[in-house]
Design a protein around this ligand. Structure first.
Ligand SMILES: [Cu+2]
Length: 398
């Protein structure tokens, strides 16, 4: 995918009700992509409440070109006209996306322990893109919720407190649990109430957690998912950087790019036609100031999960995963270009950085990345090595 140019640009102002046709045309070019602005997000760890701060973030399509054939335009001309949206709501959190750097530190203890994890479920209003608001349902006010890190053999005592201001009950199903509903049967929690559940982490690996209150697909689509890592005995090999990225979708009553307040659209969810496919909650959440950052020569590990319903073909443009734990299981593969991550699944990828530049982590079902938001940036600084890469490392927009 080295032919894809990355460009960092501010978001182009768009008229309300912009049709999808522009996206389709831009898509055929596969040329200039992925711009972003962003700001910091407060980290969110286990055993702690999470607060998010931040600002506007976006990925925009630039330089739309005429389609190579008229097919794409003709097909999209039949798309239903986007709904006129109500005005954007006042946001109750500045940025919904959890920081990719919000990974708890590796566990150094050599014996199991009892670990306390507190979740607060909160319904908040935030921007999915500038001028486009959505009512997210969250664990601790961010999407994804805080990453939990425990060790195999640990006993986890987990509390779910549903905020007083919530409208709906919520709960948690952790795929790391051996027990009914993954904890969901014990944690159905009305607004203003608390529930608890405990479990022993028997199986090492990286697991998705999500709300499991009906209608479950809606609770998940609205942002109620995250990752729990159960470290194996002895932990993982040491790396220089660890990041957390979780993919999800938003199904709304107007296409991405339509300003105003977007409402959940159940039919689109059933049809699996999301308007947004996002990495960490909103378009461009892991770009600009909030991009992942590393230095040439460093080793990087990304904990990646799919909280939503579309499987992800995870690819880092311009790099190769030296090691992948497929489906986050116990056996590693090596030298992988793209790894497949199922809905409700996860993976762990590791790689060493050889050349500086801006690298895009994408779902290689590229319409999701280029048009719908599923792209994150890794900014690598350091010395060039022209024996490894002889092209421009800081080309247009980098
Ligand atoms: Cu819920």
């Amino acid at each position: 995918m080295t032919g894809l140019a990355h460009r960092l640009e501010g978001r182009r102002p768009e008229a309300p009700g912009r049709s999808q046709r522009t996206d389709a045309q831009a898509n055929t070019a596969l040329g200039a992509i992925l711009g972003a602005v962003g700001m910091a997000v407060a980290a969110a760890l286990v055993i702690a409440a999470v607060g998010a701060t931040g600002g506007i973030r976006a990925v925009t399509i630039v330089a739309p070109a005429a389609p190579a054939n008229g097919g794409a335009a003709a097909a999209t001309a039949t798309e239903a006209k986007p709904a006129a949206l109500a005005a954007a709501k006042t946001t109750t959190v500045k940025a919904i996306g959890a920081s990719a750097a919000a990974v708890p530190a590796p566990i150094t203890r050599t014996a199991p322990a009892t670990v306390t994890v507190d979740f607060q479920t909160k319904e908040v209003v935030a921007e999915v893109a500038p001028g486009e608001t959505y009512t997210y349902w969250t664990f601790n006010g961010t999407v994804p919720g805080p990453m939990v890190r425990v060790r195999v053999g640990d006993t986890v005592k987990l509390k779910v407190a549903n905020a007083t201001g919530s409208v709906f009950p919520h709960s948690i199903d952790l795929h790391a649990v051996n027990g009914p509903g993954g904890g969901a049967t014990a944690t159905q929690t009305p607004p203003g109430k608390e529930t608890t559940v405990s479990f022993k982490a028997l199986n090492p690996g990286l697991y998705v957690y999500h709300c499991a209150t009906g209608p479950i697909p809606q609770h998940i689509a609205n942002g109620m998912y995250g990752l729990i890592l159960v470290e194996p005995e002895g932990g993982f090999a040491k790396v220089d950087r660890e990041f957390m990225v979780v993919q999800g979708e938003l199904y709304t009553n107007a296409p991405r790019g339509t300003t105003g307040h977007h409402e959940y659209d159940h039919k689109k969810l059933l049809d699996e036609r999301p308007d947004y496919v996002v990495l960490n909650g909103s378009v461009g959440a892991i770009t600009g100031n909030d991009a992942m950052k590393a230095t040439v020569g460093e080793t990087v590990r990304i904990f990646f999960g799919v909280g939503g319903f579309l499987p992800s073909s995870l690819h880092l443009i311009g790099e190769i995963f030296d090691k992948v734990y497929p489906e986050a299981g116990g056996v590693a593969n090596t030298n992988v270009q793209t790894t497949f991550v199922p809905a409700g699944g996860a993976t762990i990828v590791e790689f060493k950085l050889d050349v500086p530049g801006t690298y895009a982590l994408v779902d290689h079902s590229l319409g999701r990345a280029l048009d719908k938001g599923a792209a994150a940036h890794l900014v690598v600084t350091g010395a060039e090595d022209h024996t490894i890469y002889g092209g421009a490392a800081t080309g247009a927009g980098h």
